[in-house]
Write a protein that binds this ligand. Structure first.
Ligand SMILES: CC(=O)N[C@H]1[C@@H](OP(=O)(O)OP(=O)(O)OC[C@H]2O[C@@H](n3ccc(=O)[nH]c3=O)[C@H](O)[C@@H]2O)O[C@H](CO)[C@@H](O)[C@@H]1O
Ligand SMILES: C=C(OP(=O)(O)O)C(=O)O
Length: 423
């Protein structure tokens, strides 16, 4: 088994380039199902999730290949199969996102239900509501969803929302399906995440007519066809935030470039409140925590422009060594504190009360053998390991590889002692 070994205690110093955004490229690759001919995507992160989605697109009849570093070519000469196999959906929940594009382009999509996962229940009712609202017939049999339409989907007005707020995946599904629908589609309470803006920029470049993205009302004038284009994916704000938290927890100075700092929403100001210096210049952001005693602060996750739930694990980890008591409230997923048990084994003082973690800052963490049980837990445990006395060994690297491109190389370039080892 492959493990990650981290020797902590060194402040990180230096600069890394953010990779392309995982969540953005996954949505865009699904939308390539709508686009005739050749699409070239640049700034694509080399991640297992991207490779899994390439396999899914191949299953539907598209041709996908890496043609250069971080560059993927996808040829869409027509969809030949509208069913996605269960083992691929099991590997990656985001594979359900082919539903809207497959249905809109080929009139049919059959996709196994993705189910819940370690960060909480993850229903898809709003995805299905969007497809039904556009005129599709949606049925469920033996754990799979079948969506069908005769002729083009029909534009409509829909309200999408969950008890947690707006839905990113549901909004993406409605946008992609509405792009080729007949007439006008209105999405009320649309999610406003930067990755949705990136998806719409891609679709509009391909010929779609979508307005209002980045606000909570999106209007789509359906078009008859879309054409493949060349497009460069935005930088990954979650990966960037993880490296900034690592810089702060080690009391170092880290610059992340190739990232639009405003996409980090609340993170820079929280780091500032804790006592870090923050500098933003063009497409880069620097955190400086050299020789600082960091202070506790409070965090509440929420849909964008709220604090990103995907950054909650790294941020909570940073708070474990900040002086005082911090409250971290998780409002987007109902079980995203599992990783805190591992932090406790490293000496952190954390109590969970419902949707809130109460973090009492300690002087130092201690290295331990820990298990990552989801993607952002893996990132957070590296952040913890870098700040710990002694050596930390992290299991569960299959999660890390889903969403962090070349983490060992990037952390090493900042001076970290980190290696993949065999157990
Ligand atoms: C591949 C991808 O882009 N993943 C991101 C996407 O996930 P994803 O698109 O799954 O997240 P959503 O915004 O849809 O989910 C938000 C909340 O709504 C619930 N919900 C969602 C859909 C639905 O039909 N019904 C329902 O109840 C979910 O269980 C969750 O509690 O946005 C999340 C929130 O920013 C991020 O953490 C994920 O990294
Ligand atoms: C939860 C995440 O991704 P996914 O929606 O693909 O599980 C994530 O990136 O942290």
């Amino acid at each position: 088994m492959e493990l990650l070994r981290v020797k902590g205690g060194q402040p990180l110093h230096g600069e890394i380039q953010a990779s392309g955004s995982k969540n953005s490229v996954l949505a865009i690759m699904c939308a390539v199902l709508l686009c005739d001919g050749e699409t070239i995507l640049e700034n694509v992160p080399e991640l297992s999730d991207v490779n899994t989605l390439m396999q899914i697109l191949e299953e539907t009849g598209l041709k996908c290949e890496w043609i250069a570093a971080n560059t993927v070519r996808i040829q869409n000469d027509g969809i030949t199969n509208s069913e996605v196999s269960e083992d691929l959906v099991r590997k990656m929940r985001a594979s359900f996102s082919v539903l809207g594009p497959l249905l809109a382009k080929s009139g049919k999509a059959m996709i196994p239900l993705p189910g819940g996962c370690v960060i909480g229940a993850r229903p898809v009712d709003q995805h299905l509501k969007a497809m039904r609202s556009l005129g599709a017939t949606v049925t469920m049999t033996e754990g799979a969803v079948t969506a069908e339409s005769t002729g083009r989907l029909k534009g409509s007005a829909m309200f999408l929302g969950t008890r947690y707020g707006a839905t990113v995946g549901g909004t993406n599904a409605a946008i992609s399906a509405g792009a080729l629908a007949e007439g006008t589609t209105m999405i009320y309470n649309a999610a406003r995440e930067p990755e949705i803006v990136d998806l719409v920029m891609f679709l509009n470049k391909a010929g779609a007519r979508i307005r209002g993205v980045g606000t909570d009302i999106i209007t789509i004038e359906g078009v008859e066809s879309l054409k493949g284009v060349r497009y460069s994916v935005m930088g990954d704000r979650i990966e960037s935030g993880t490296y900034l938290c690592a810089g702060a927890i080690t009391r170092g100075r880290v610059t992340v470039s190739n990232i639009a700092p405003q996409t980090l929403a609340g993170l820079p100001s929280l780091l500032f409140d804790m006592g870090c210096d923050i500098t933003m210049e063009g497409d880069s952001i620097t955190v400086d925590a050299t020789n600082r005693e960091l202070r506790a602060t409070n965090v509440i996750t929420f849909a964008y422009p709220g604090f990103a739930t995907d950054l909650q694990p790294a941020m909570l980890t940073l708070l474990t060594t900040a002086k005082g008591i911090s409250y971290v409230k998780e409002t987007v997923f109902d079980a995203r504190f599992g990783f805190t048990q591992e932090l406790t084994r490293m000496g952190a003082d954390i109590k969970i009360s419902g949707d809130t973690a109460i973090v009492n800052g300690v002087e130092t963490l201690n290295g331990a053998r820990v298990l990552a049980s989801d993607l952002r837990a893996a990132g957070a445990l590296i952040v913890a390991g870098l700040a710990s006395q002694g050596s930390t060994t992290i299991e569960g690297l299959q999660y890390l590889d889903r969403g962090y491109e070349s983490p060992v190389e990037k952390f090493k370039s900042l001076g970290a002692q980190i290696d993949r080892v065999q157990s």
